[in-house]
Design a binder for this molecule. Structure first.
Ligand SMILES: [Zn+2]
Length: 448
């Protein structure tokens, strides 16, 4: 039976009807409609069901023919530093500390300003929309530029001002780091339903306990997410035990940082007790397998975290440590890294990975009510994937194709907040040629 909202009757006009595709709802009942349709009015889905039944029941103002396509909720990139597109490929094949301290931090100190962050973020958004991401969770510096890019491009994002205990781009005096972050939250809160401001304390080892506590308190005061990199390397765990007598997650728990408004990025080196703390607190975790592999930082115990009920989503991390923002590729890696690490092909199923890239991320962001499934009342964030291609033929199981065979370039149309932002692979809200020209100009300054 189609899921038709009772408010929709034979006379009801809707703004947009996406019809004829294989609709993977990812709803509670795991419904799939082989020739389905999704009706959208304003920024919300109003009906999902069998295509011919819906076409007979409603009057669309605009039709998007999705025959030959998979129609599904947009992907959620739970961890990135979008503007780092400007540093893509600048320094590879190095250990995390060398990469950060000798290459990335100095380049950031010299070249990160609001304008560059705006162009870098626009490039990231273009890449993400073109590979099916409709929501991303970001953290960087000079993030007024990122917020502007989000508002202009039509994407949905959580944008955080970075907080760190040493001079950073736009924050030459570290004693002003929280003030800068709070100003950002005040400035952008309520500006757009697609933009959620946030505060990102870089890590437990680059922020003092006082800054961490106050950063979290500010997030609670303003009702915005708190983000932090946690337990990314084994060295960080050793250092934390030496300095504080606790592993990073327990240290954060002691400081009162763990609750459902906190997103922990990486959590590669967590033990059973850490996992209990994460699950019990309701904190979210972003899993970033490509970044973890490239920087050789470790393999997060994601099956254990999921088993314990931790809200785990999937992220690409910044594209200087990846070096792309393609979530479909990340999903492939997420499925395989745990299999080879454990020598167990059953360790991570495709369906679990698809859930991580959608509902897992939404839960971690506190946006589960609005995102990650196609159902009446949800935000209209959805994508179509062109199935009529050799590498996606035949099709037995959509989740298998999404994880093991599809790639970002297969995404055909993208709708965010009810608005078509990409049609037939053409970006409608971003002047891509201009953005690439600007980023090439920035790159010439970074590496003349
Ligand atoms: Zn990161």
């Amino acid at each position: 039976m189609p899921t038709i909202n009772r408010h929709v009757n034979a006379k009801t006009p809707v703004d947009l009807l996406i019809t004829g595709g294989l609709v993977l709802t990812l709803n509670d009942r795991e419904e799939i409609f082989s020739e389905g349709a999704v009706a959208v009015t304003g920024d919300r889905i109003v009906a999902v069901g069998d295509g011919s039944e819906l076409l007979g029941a409603i009057q669309p103002r605009e039709l998007l023919d999705a025959r030959g396509c998979l129609v599904m909720p947009g992907l959620i990139n739970l961890h990135t530093h979008a503007a780092m597109t400007c540093f893509r490929g600048l320094a590879d094949d190095l250990p995390l500390e060398t990469w950060l301290r000798e290459h990335i931090f100095p380049a950031e100190a010299k070249h990160v300003d609001e304008d560059n962050v705006r162009w870098g973020t626009l490039l990231a958004v273009a890449e993400m929309i073109r590979s099916g991401t409709t929501t991303f969770c970001d953290g960087y510096f000079c993030v007024d530029g990122a917020a502007r890019a989000v508002i202009a491009s039509g994407v949905r994002a959580v944008c955080a001002q970075g907080v760190i205990d040493f001079p950073a781009p736009g924050v030459p005096d570290p004693s002003k780091n929280l003030e800068t972050a709070e100003d950002f939250v005040r400035r952008w809160g309520g500006q757009s339903p697609r933009l959620t401001p946030s505060i990102f304390c870089h890590s437990p080892y680059t922020c003092s306990p006082e800054i961490l506590r106050r950063g979290k308190a500010l997030c609670l005061e303003h009702g915005v997410p708190f983000q932090i990199h946690v337990a990314e390397t084994s060295g960080e765990v050793e250092e934390s035990l030496k300095r504080h007598g606790f592993r990073p997650v327990a240290y954060m728990k002691n400081l009162g940082l763990l609750d459902s408004g906190t997103i922990c990025h990486h959590a590669d080196w967590v033990d059973g007790h850490d996992i209990e703390l994460l699950a019990g607190s309701g904190a979210g975790v972003s899993h970033n397998p490509e970044s973890n592999m490239k920087l050789a930082t470790g393999v997060a115990p994601v099956p254990e975290m999921l088993g314990a009920g931790v809200k785990v989503g999937l992220g690409t991390d910044g594209c200087a440590s990846n070096n792309n923002l393609d979530m479909l590729r990340e999903m492939d890696m997420a499925a395989k890294i745990h299999k080879v690490h454990r020598l167990d092909p059953t360790a991570m199923a495709a369906r679990t990975v698809v859930r991580m890239a959608t509902s897992g991320g939404a839960a971690a962001l506190g946006m589960a009510e609005d995102l990650a499934s196609l159902a009446p009342g949800k935000k209209a964030d959805l994508i179509t994937i062109d199935l009529n291609q050799p590498h996606l033929t035949p099709l037995y199981e959509p989740c298998s194709h999404l994880v093991y065979a599809a790639r970002g370039a297969d995404v055909r149309d993208v709708i965010i907040d009810g608005r078509v932002v990409m049609r037939n692979r053409e970006l409608l809200t971003i002047d891509l040629e201009r953005v690439m020209t600007e980023v090439r100009r920035i790159a010439k300054k970074i590496k003349p």
